[in-house]
Design a protein around this ligand. Sequence first.
Ligand code: UT7
Length: 329
Amino acid sequence: MNKKTGVKISGTGSYFPKKVLTNADLEKMVDTSDEWITTRTGIQARCIAQQNETTSDLAYHASVEAIKAAGISAEQIDLILVATITPDMFFPSTACILQTKLGLKDAPAFDLLAACSGFIYGLSAAKGYIESGVYKNVLLVGAETLSKITDWTDRNTCVLFGDGAGAMVLSASEENDDILSFYLGADGSYADLLYLPGGGSAHPATVDTVNEKLHTMKMFGKEVFKVAVPKMALAAQKSLELAGKTPEDIKLFIPHQANMRIIQAVAKKLNISMERVFVNIHKTGNISSATTITALDEAIKMGKLGKGDLVELVAFGGGFTWGSALIRI
Ligand code: UT7
């Protein structure tokens, strides 16, 4: 029997819009305070896209960096996956728009929607395509412009989210097996705790849906929090078990950056000290599908990871969806 094709993480990249919105800026927009936002969430600032800057623009910059880091030419990419809840438009997919921006033709491209768990869902798909020998170089992107679906008059949500993109190139390899395991889950009965009601077939856009603010994100934060902590801890444990590893084997734990208190609670459940937990929520806010990949890219750039180090990514989000992946850098 032929040896199974392995998967190599060949490069990562990230990109953030230049405009930074601080908690002090938000104090002038809604009834909130830097003290409330910092103590309840850990967020101090977030990046915000310009009006004419799209998700595919952010995805493009992150992708160029990841392709360069992978040491391949863009033409060698044979599949493009974009995880996003803020596509440029309903269709065509942001992945198709990205393909053209990258100057590519013919490579299949599609979007994947699993909210904040989107990048981890995407990792599982990329692994499957490569291991089965179908594609050799997969470009996987997590990209969001959440500022465009934020109700800037709602203090419950507008202080939480930001914009940004991260990308990874995964390649077929004889030597490497960099995605050791993954674990995914979902529970659609929680759909109406974190969602964007308007614009789809349930509430097609009308003057009324605009007036009723159905085109901006709704979240029941406290309820989301309660489910996020146990599900993230479960997911993290499962992918460790599947790979025959323990929390001690992980060099860096990179959780979804939604709330510092969620991150701390999950780390505590797993008995992982905060020194081994990567946190950048203070300057990014919650960027949904882009959180884990941009954090991973930053950790690599900071020199926090050496060749062969094990990293665990874990996320939770709308759906609800959750997932984890144990990867080797
Ligand atoms: O990425 C997908 C997954 N998302 C998450 O994991 C998010 C999970 N949820 C959370 O992170 C937290 O629930 C929040 C940060 C959203 C909220 O924190 P909380 O500790 O659960 O606060 P709360 O919603 O219970 O609100 C407490 C109080 C309320 O006032 P009253 O009713 O006690 O008088 C809110 O109105 O804080 C008030 N509040 C604010 N005050 C100042 C809510 N937002 C703000 C604000 N500034 N921005």
